[in-house]
Design a protein around this ligand. Structure first.
Ligand code: NAP
Length: 316
């Protein structure tokens, strides 16, 4: 029997990835959704999660796809109502929220799945296997994308708790924490646009406990080709993960990879966790981001102004 699921927040990621992955999954059945503005492709659309849980007691699980700043209340309400919960990344706006939800899920005997979709990219598990037993000399993470292309109109990303460039950067950290030995932040610089509350770029130096450097360059101002690469230099060769973990090269040679798609794999994992009565909450990527806010220096850079749709200036 498929698990009866509701989706909360029908924005970009819900439309692009969650709804198609749920529709294609034999493990889940979409019952309804909670959305401030959208319409569920199946069942009723509720404007509030509490009303949804009251009206649809058969819901067994929810996927929370809103921005991180508003997810905690919905996650808590879902767990208190006895539902298993999938949290989009990042799992919260603070670490304390995530700890509170983890404890509540445990107390209630429910599954809490803090999903890191990039860990389900096809090259990530093969990279872990290739790195096993190798001596790492350095790792370089380059995550540079154009915020205007990938996050148009997402005001929440620039507000406190929205993470700015760490919204994509945390995906890189979710892969790095999976494939590399433990590392910690030693120094960094966060660049804040003069009119925004979140960084547009981050230049971070981490090191493993043996002193191996792990350098991260996150930038939202990239135009032209976009880069989502992790390069690991080892004594036995160089591993390059590119396109967010969807391609892998060893010493420049492209490797053949399993045909795995991130969100179908994520939902398969959610079903597996529910069946096993387990939770999966790895806070390390979020902890590194919190460390960057604690430990890195700040510089002010040019204001970030996004033109409102339909109000573009006509070139002279
Ligand atoms: P989005 O397009 O801005 O959608 C977020 C949706 O959340 C909104 O459309 C809205 O949907 C709902 N919402 C509820 N309260 C809101 C509030 N106060 N402000 C704004 N929206 C609110 O964002 P998204 O790209 O889907 O990202 C959502 C989450 O998924 C983020 O944590 C992001 O990191 C993660 N994610 C995004 C991507 C991506 O490529 N975009 C990829 C992976 C993960 P309703 O009107 O339906 O309530």
């Amino acid at each position: 029997m498929a698990i009866r699921l509701a989706v909360v927040g029908l924005g970009k990621i819900a439309q692009d990835q969650h709804l198609p992955a749920i529709a294609a999954s034999a493990d889940f059945e979409l019952v309804c959704a909670a959305s401030l503005q959208g319409e569920s492709p199946r069942g009723h659309t509720y404007r509030a999660v509490d009303a949804m849980f009251a009206a649809e007691p058969s819901i067994e699980a929810v996927s929370l796809c809103q921005p991180p700043q508003v997810r905690f209340e919905a996650a808590r309400a879902a767990l208190l109502a006895g539902k298993h919960v999938l949290l989009e990344k990042p799992p919260g706006a603070t670490l304390s929220e995530v700890v509170a939800l983890t404890e509540l899920a445990q107390e209630k005997g429910l599954t809490l799945f803090a999903a890191w979709h990039s860990r389900h990219a096809p090259a990530v598990t093969p990279a872990c296997h290739w790195l096993e037993g190798k001596t790492i000399r350095s790792a370089t993470i380059t995550w540079r994308e154009d915020v205007r292309i990938w996050h148009p109109g997402q005001k929440w990303i620039w507000q406190p708790g929205g993470l700015g460039v760490f919204d994509p950067g945390i995906n890189a950290l979710s892969i790095a924490t999976k494939i590399l030995p433990p590392f910690h932040l030693t120094e960094g610089i966060l660049s804040y646009p003069s009119n925004q509350a979140a960084p547009i770029a981050a230049d971070l130096r981490f090191a493993t406990f043996d002193g191996v450097p792990v350098i991260a360059d996150f930038d939202f101002r990239q135009t032209g080709p976009q880069t989502w690469d992790i390069r690991v230099e080892t004594e036995e060769g160089v591993l390059l993960l590119s396109k967010g973990g969807s391609e892998m090269r060893i010493d420049g040679v492209a490797q053949s990879l399993p045909h795995e798609a991130e969100y179908p794999s994520l939902y398969a994992r959610f079903a597996e966790l529910i069946a096993a009565g387990e939770s999966e909450v790895d806070v390390r990527p979020l902890r590194h981001v919190a460390d960057a806010f604690l430990r890195a220096g700040h510089v002010e850079v040019e204001a970030f102004v996004e033109e409102e749709p339909g109000r573009q200036t006509v070139p002279a």
